[in-house]
Structure formats: C-alpha cells, structure tokens
Design a protein around this ligand. Structure first.
Ligand SMILES: C[S@@+](CC[C@H](N)C(=O)[O-])C[C@H]1O[C@@H](n2cnc3c(N)ncnc32)[C@H](O)[C@@H]1O
Length: 253
C-alpha cells in the first residue's frame, strides 16, 4: 500500500467539489476570527489545495499565504489566482515548511489535519503552526471527530461530476482501522474525456485519521495553544458525539 497520493487528485479536485460554498466557509471563519478579536491581517492557509479559500479570505481583506504538500495543487492555485490579489503560495509539508514571517491567523480546512495520519505527525504540524503564529494568534482547523465517525462508520460512496469536457466518477472504498483511529480510503477514479471519447481509470489511496478532543487538547497544549472554542464543522452548532466533523479555534499562548 502506497502513501497518500495527490498526483491525479488535482486534475479532478475542483470539479468534484464545485458544489462547495467556499465563500460562505471563508465568511464563517472570518466571522469567527473577528469574534475572537482579530481584524483582517496576515493569514496562512495550510493545505490550501487549489486556493479557493485563500481567494475568498483575500477578498475579505486578509493578506494570504497558502501552503500545500502537492505541487500540482499549488500550480492550479497559482493559475486560478489573480496577481493583484497579493496571495502568495508555497509547496511544503504541514509539519515541516518554514516561512520567514509570523502570521496573525492560521487556518487548515477541509480534512487537512485528518490527513496528518502518521504517528506523531499532527503534533509536529501543531508545533510548526505555533512557530508561524505570533503570541495571541489564532489557529482554526477542522478534523474528523472520533465519536461521530464511530457512531456512523465510513461506508462506500460514489460521486460523479462532469463539466462538458470531462466526466469523473469516483468510488471511495474505506477500510476502517478502529484500533488506530484511521480510515484507509481506496479511490477508484474513472475520468472520461467527453471531447476525445477516451477514458482512463486511476487508483488512489488516502489515509485519514480521526481525533478525539482530549487528545487534540493535549497535543495543542504541548505545542503552546489553548482551545478557545469548538464547534461542529464550519457552523455554530455544538460539537456533539454524533458530529463527524469538528472545528477547533485555538489561541497561541
Ligand atoms: C481535501 S484537500 C483540501 C484543500 C483545501 N483546503 C480546500 O478546502 O479545498 C486536502 C489538501 O491537504 C493537502 N495536504 C495533505 N497532507 C498535507 C501535508 N502534510 N502538508 C500540506 N498539505 C497537505 C493536500 O495536498 C490537499 O490539497
């Protein structure tokens, strides 16, 4: 079994996620940051993907830098971003990248923390986030919430999307490894080129981890954060044991 692969992912990522309301999500996080006393300043988006949140944050007045492990995702982000937006992008791993500046806020949205599935990786990511935040800075991230995943374990799912040029069918076959709080997702992706009539089939493997709040609180404390708030995903709802997605707002101390 190989390491998680994002090589082909970039090609169909935006198409499969085109129903996602990035403007509303960035607006929600922006509101949450303001409620915690931050006016738009510098913001680092870790695991920025194709830059959809980054562009929305920039439109809200933040000076944004995006970092992602995948050079293909970063290339797409750059191609979709107007130079005048002032957004900077860099390729790097969440636990390892090093930028010269410290930011007022760091966000990591849409499963990125759950992709830190190797032993100790999320702790190293948190320490690296802390190094890039000034004292009092805020770190906002979502994660797969252990109680919710156990209450409603992952099951096979099929997603389809097309844009007149390509048609993508993605079948996700999860293998739940509850003893390791991990879900290994094998993706079978069919990509049909509607112009040339050709088709290809790709297999991808993504390993994700789910977390329980007490362990996140301990890892965050070790890295120099206190949790300021938790919610169910990008919403004002309370994080119950049924919620699959959690959101943490942590402050650098
Ligand atoms: C589901 S996508 C989310 C992308 C983007 N945040 C969004 O909302 O569209 C997960 C992203 O995390 C990135 N990623 C996964 N592991 C990473 C790591 N260790 N360091 C940096 N980026 C990572 C992937 O390359 C991918 O772009």
């Amino acid at each position: 079994m190989s390491a998680p692969s994002f090589v082909h992912y970039a090609r169909y990522y935006d198409l499969l996620n085109r129903g996602k309301d990035y403007a509303a999500e960035a607006g929600f996080v922006d509101g949450r940051l303001r409620r915690s006393g931050l006016a738009p300043g510098t913001l680092l988006d870790i695991g920025c993907g194709t830059g959809a949140h980054a562009r929305e944050f920039a439109a809200l007045g933040w000076k944004v830098t995006g970092v992602d492990l995948s050079a293909d995702m970063i290339a797409l982000a750059q191609s979709k971003t107007a130079t005048a937006s002032g957004i900077g992008y860099a390729t790097g791993a969440a636990a390892e990248f090093q930028l010269e500046c410290r930011f007022a806020a760091v966000v990591s949205l849409f499963h990125v923390v759950s992709y830190q599935a190797a032993d100790g990786e999320v702790g190293r990511m948190f320490a690296n986030v802390r190094r890039h935040l000034g004292a009092g800075g805020l770190f906002v991230f979502d994660f797969w919430h252990g109680p919710g995943v156990l209450a409603d374990p992952p099951a096979e799912r099929v997603r389809r999307a097309e844009d007149g040029r390509i048609r993508v069918t993605r079948i996700a076959k999860p293998v739940h490894r509850a003893d390791e709080c991990r879900v290994d997702v094998n993706y079978e992706v069919g990509i049909e080129d509607l112009v040339t009539g050709t088709a290809e089939r790709i297999e991808e493997f993504h390993r994700l981890r789910y977390f329980f709040l007490p362990e996140l609180a301990a890892l965050l404390a070790q890295a120099g954060f206190v949790i300021e708030g938790t919610q169910a995903g990008l919403s004002d709802e309370v994080l119950t044991a049924q919620a699959w997605y959690g959101l943490v707002v942590a402050r650098a101390v």
